[in-house]
Design a protein around this ligand. Structure first.
Ligand code: FE2
Length: 377
């Protein structure tokens, strides 16, 4: 590709209390809140976030709170059909990566013909702009509020079902760290590790450029420094704010440079054993960095300078391993219910994604993937 492209069309409002700016920002962007669909999981209703959003919307509001954890294509389609009956002029998604991703799929499917399945894995297949979307994350990690991706689960074919299109960028993101105060520790850790993985994988991507690296490196620095503090002190708003900033920057970084092998393996684990996405990333991050080894030496050492470990690439990987251990991320797949007999499935699914691996610092062979997995079970 001869040209470098930089396209993040989402207006971001970041900071404590930003949710109170939602109405004003919708108006500023000229969005029409006359019929607003709020898409979320049940927890966003019970913890009062939906009520707070309703106060910001001047128009008729209907709430669709049926998003499940690690949502399936079927789950997204059910919500799509309910939302279609309401015919919204605006969608507000509130919650973790799951409600945000379902809302992105719904937004695009409302204005594009065909079945949701037709768009899975086909980059840039959405021809028409979706119904404008406002993303309000309540976890700090997916970065979905500033990415062109939505990842669903296809249970039938036992695979992750990604949608990839610039039509999926939200029009507005409200990053209010006070909303992340309600995260249980496990959610804070898992989503934070997802953000850190975005930072690392985008940095090591062959598509990384000076511009994307700015985001990757700052994201890694903030998450590495503040996630242990945020996880250990649920009420530490300063730490929560910095992890959310790291998550935002990590989302921009993967939008520009893509993710990598850690995400590929994490997606397979997510489908196979329903392991939360961030946790799955945490299990694979260090083994994948070791697999890259010398092929990513310079980038890993650059990462080490950003996160303050210094040292050669092996030392940096060791420090990341210690950090993950400290956070309580499992060091083996055994703990997550993976058996030796699952390895062939893993290898096969991973190799199917080989054509997507052009941006990796090193394309692993089948044998290398198998060996990596064998060390973990
Ligand atoms: Fe991720």
């Amino acid at each position: 590709m001869p040209f470098e492209r930089f396209f993040i069309p989402t207006r971001v409002v970041f900071g404590k209390g930003a949710l109170k700016k939602l109405g004003e920002e919708v108006e500023f962007l000229g969005l029409n809140p006359q019929r607003t669909a709020i898409i979320c999981s049940p927890s966003a209703v019970s913890n009062g976030y939906v009520k707070q959003i309703k106060e910001e919307i001047k128009g008729e509001v209907e709430v669709f709170s049926g998003v499940s954890q690690e949502p399936t294509v079927e789950n997204a389609k059910e919500i799509l059909e309910e939302v279609r009956k309401f015919s919204p002029s605006l969608i507000v998604a509130v919650g973790g990566g799951s409600p945000l991703d379902v809302a992105k799929a719904v937004s695009a499917m409302l204005t594009n013909e065909g079945r949701l399945e037709d768009y899975i894995g086909v980059p840039e297949a959405f021809k028409n702009p979706g119904v404008p979307l406002v993303a309000v994350p309540t976890t700090a990690g997916s970065g979905s509020e500033v990415t062109p991706y939505a990842v669903l689960t296809d249970r039938e074919r036992m695979r992750k079902a990604p949608l990839i299109s610039h039509r999926l960028f939200p029009a507005l993101a409200i990053d209010d760290p006070t909303l992340t105060l309600s995260m249980p520790r496990s959610v804070a850790v898992n989503s934070g590790v997802d953000a850190f993985t975005h930072a690392v994988e985008s940095l090591l991507s062959k598509r990384a450029k000076t511009t994307s690296k700015l985001y990757s490196l700052k994201s890694a620095e903030l998450v590495f420094k503040f996630l242990p503090r945020s996880a250990g002190n649920p009420a530490d708003l300063k730490a929560k704010e910095e992890v959310m900033r790291g998550s935002l920057l990590g989302g921009i970084a993967i939008s520009l440079a893509g993710a990598g092998l850690v995400h590929t393996l994490a997606h397979i684990l997510g489908v196979l054993k329903r392991v939360p996405h961030g946790l799955a990333n945490g299990v694979f991050l260090v083994p994948v960095l070791r697999l890259y080894g010398l092929s990513a030496k310079e980038e890993i050492e650059e990462l080490g300078r950003a996160i303050g470990t210094g040292g050669d690439y092996q030392k940096v990987i060791e420090e990341i391993e210690n950090w993950l251990k400290f956070l309580g991320i499992p060091q083996s797949l055994k703990e997550l219910g993976v058996e030796k007999s699952d390895i062939p499935f893993f290898v096969e699914k991973c190799m199917e994604k080989r054509f997507l691996m052009g941006n990796l610092p090193k394309i692993p062979s089948e044998r290398e993937v198998r060996e990596l997995l064998q060390t973990l079970v």
